[in-house]
Design a protein around this ligand. Sequence first.
Ligand SMILES: [Ca+2]
Ligand SMILES: [Ca+2]
Ligand SMILES: [Ca+2]
Ligand SMILES: [Ca+2]
Length: 341
Amino acid sequence: MLILMAMVEDGQDGMPLDASEIKDSDGDGIGNSVDTDDDNDGVSDVLENASGRNSEVDDYLLGTGRKFSCAMDGDGVKCWGRNAYQQTDVPTLVNPTKLSVGYQHACAMDDTGVVCWGRDVEGSTVPSVLSNPTDVMAGKFYSCAMDDTGVVCWGRNYKKQMLIPDLSNPTSVSSMNQHTCAVDDTGVVCWGSNGHGRRTVPSLSNATAASAGWAHSCAIDDSGVVCWGNDNSGQISNVPELSNPTVISSGGFHSCALDDGNVVCWGRDNAGQSTPPTLVNPTKLSAGYDNTCALDDTGMVCWGNNGNGKSTVPAMNIVTDNDGDGVDDAVDAAKYDASVQ
Ligand SMILES: [Ca+2]
Ligand SMILES: [Ca+2]
Ligand SMILES: [Ca+2]
Ligand SMILES: [Ca+2]
């Protein structure tokens, strides 16, 4: 047994230094056989398995494009909205784990690697050869992935989107239009178009997250949220005081953050994209070109521009009673404890 385990190549072994364990789904150094929350989403393996969720992956993902939106639920990935370029025709995916929606195409990660669909411009939907990819990102006519070598991009290069600077242990990558931002050991690094100064990163203190919007960018650092680039709608100058931002998402001309359990948006609001409806414990967020989507205890919710029905969320297979006590998470005082309602 030990010999068989030892023959798992490090690249496929989540625990390369532990012969008794080959899988560590969330990469926290605790193997699945002893980790009680394999995907580190805060819901225990026991509860996930009991309620029909997948205990080894983040079950619910969402993304917003120019005129379409996508999400992953218990059934897989679905997209809705404009389909002029087959961007809502999701190909067959085997155990998808990641999802990113770009301008007119989208990409996901599944058991086969990175898969992209929708409009192909200069190879934007044909992934480069990747070495153990861990995440994928779809921009406007190009895409990027994170793998063993760092960040790899493919597709249109007319704004030097393919000119990836040296990165030191990048942990995330974000794009929407013609520039990309990554978080690495040195902070936030952006490349591609610099129109409106969108890739000229200001001084940041311990940045933990970055999001590239249409012509602006934002990051979370010790001071809260800092934004730079195009300020035509107050997306830079009207950043609100935030107490504990944990998620940042920049869209067309607005940005939203998850702050102390609330979604806060600023910048352009011509279609209501910066005016969130009442949300109950939102945990995920995606700011689109002129709409915004979030995941909360009631399921998936989108607001703002609804052209092509991109903000009309279809029926989703999302567990909204996690402890199975018959009381919906939204009104359950202890949603992960069946003994308390
Ligand atoms: Ca683990
Ligand atoms: Ca979990
Ligand atoms: Ca899960
Ligand atoms: Ca419940």
